[in-house]
Ligand binder design. Sequence first.
Ligand code: AMP
Ligand code: MG
Length: 319
Amino acid sequence: MALISTSSRDAAALLNQNEIVAIPTETVYGLAGNAYSEKALKKIFELKKRPFYNPLIVHIKSGADLNQIASEIPEQAKLLADVFWPGPLTLVLKRQHTIPDLVTAGKDTVAVRVPNHPVTLALLEQLNFPLAAPSANPFGSISPTKAEHVANYFATSSLTVLEGGECRSGIESTIIGFEDESAVLYRLGSITIEEIEAVIGSLKIKTHKGEAPLAPGMLSKHYAPKTTTVLTETISQALVLFATKRIGLLTYQDHFENKNIVANEILSPTGDLTEAASQLYNALHKLDQLELDVIIAERFPDHGLGRTINDRLERATKK
Ligand code: AMP
Ligand code: MG
């Protein structure tokens, strides 16, 4: 049975023995191991059932450690790290040769960030290595934003989950790489395009939905509930189309009622996209446990965090 623990010392002891531990971050919970330990890295892929072509993110305790991970740091990357770290921004940079192929999926680049969570920053302070971590969910399923989500996913394993409360941002980091010196956005995330562009000017967007993704979050089907889920512009129309027995609704601000609606998760009654993003995965977890015939999700306004939420909903509802 997975164990939820509040001891970062116990977590550090496990990590020092090449074991893996689930850690809280401000985005989602991660499945972490010593980024230099092949043994730990293999355990992450095994437990998650993650294909080896999907690279991991290296978590460091401060930007001062970046040159141990990356061999080249463009000026724009420095600028972004200064503004957004610790925080939900992942930089994809040329790797140091010491970074294992399992972390980078054999690429010459490595993804790295400084998480903004006091528990995990305190843990990193106790370790003399960085942590490689993907999200702490089985491959393709909804990301965990609470320790109990992780414990439920890995109930039959002996995984230790370090308790850190509910993730504040609740949606993955924004991933930025560099091609021919210009910044490229690979994954929409907690930091909006508008916020990034305010720092470094206009960005190329490359969040394509191919089969062999540059970044795991780029897989077209991802973040998916077990329940059939559809995305719609207009809830009232979808309700007519899906006149099934048990419907779950995921809406931005509005509440709907009819005899088929079993539950309506409203992400932000006041229309606050930050609040909506923080509640997205928790609401999907809740709806997915209700044995529904269908989850109908409402499309969000396509700006700021609304754009990130739509990206996740599109991947969650992809056939
Ligand atoms: P997860 O947090 O589970 O989505 O996994 C880590 C994420 O890091 C993946 O989704 C990838 O998008 C991203 N990533 C890691 N390494 C690289 C890299 N070298 N190039 C591009 N993206 C990367
Ligand atoms: Mg993931």
